[in-house]
Design a protein. Structure first.
Length: 243
């Protein structure tokens, strides 16, 4: 019998995930995502401009910003008054890369969709939760553009999602919470499309090494978990938004 984790989950089991669409009124895409005790607000807004280096090409852009609220962890964090710190910059670049991988910029047209991900409460997996919520917010923003007649077809090719996976106390676990993340011998973040194509595989050993077999097992566990997350995203998109 497999040893359960502290919250009762099996090694390959996700934390309870909830996706609430239409969480705020002003943004075309607005999603509150909960993954266990991690809570992230993801909004998607559209600007009819593109970065200078993309002007007059007839193609659009998708970009992301990420931050953690001061009270999102046990100790108050200072606000990022002078711009994103190194960690936030790395995470927002990851979010942007993952979401851009499923967008056809020609179909999007010469406009930018901003994905803002603000962590309200952190218990591990904030970057993967942000990706999963931002995808749903992006879909809602695109639906708004189509309803307004600004797009004739969706530029989103397929769903994309992400999950953390690691080796903790010798076991392969998915969707690590903070207590597991800080003890992990190996820690990976994996992003994948519905068709099974990897977008990003970030990982390293934190306190030792890992074998080719460990890597295969982690990727297989991540693939199965991501398919479940995509199912949760699609179920959320099939429901009416809150507002």
């Amino acid at each position: 019998m497999a040893i359960r984790r502290k919250d009762g989950r099996r090694p390959a089991e996700l934390r309870p995930m909830e996706i609430v669409r239409g969480y705020t009124r002003s943004a075309p895409g607005s999603v509150l995502i909960r993954a266990g005790d991690t809570v992230v607000l993801c909004t998607a807004t559209t600007e009819e401009v593109v970065p200078e280096w993309k002007k007059d090409q007839g193609t659009g852009w998708v970009t992301a910003e990420y931050d953690m609220l001061p009270a999102s962890t046990g100790t108050r964090r200072r606000r990022s008054r002078s711009g994103a710190d190194g960690r936030a910059t790395e995470i927002q670049r990851l979010i942007g890369r993952v979401l851009r991988s499923v967008v056809d910029f020609k179909l999007l047209g010469e406009r930018t969709i901003w994905l803002d991900c603000d962590v309200l409460q952190a218990d591990g997996g904030t970057r993967t939760a942000a990706i999963n919520g931002a995808y749903v917010a992006l879909c809602d923003a695109v639906d708004r553009l189509m309803a307004e007649g600004k797009l004739t077809s969706s530029p989103i090719a397929e769903p994309v999602a992400a999950v953390s996976v690691g080796k903790v106390d010798g076991r392969i676990l998915v969707d690590l919470d903070y207590s597991e993340d800080v003890r992990a011998e190996v820690d990976f973040n994996v992003a994948m499309t519905r068709s099974g194509q990897y977008v990003e595989v970030q990982g390293s050993a934190e306190g030792g090494t890992f074998s080719p077999d460990d890597l295969d097992r982690m990727l297989q566990a991540a693939r199965r978990a991501i398919r479940r997350i995509i199912g949760i995203q699609e179920a959320a998109l099939a429901r009416k938004p809150r507002r």
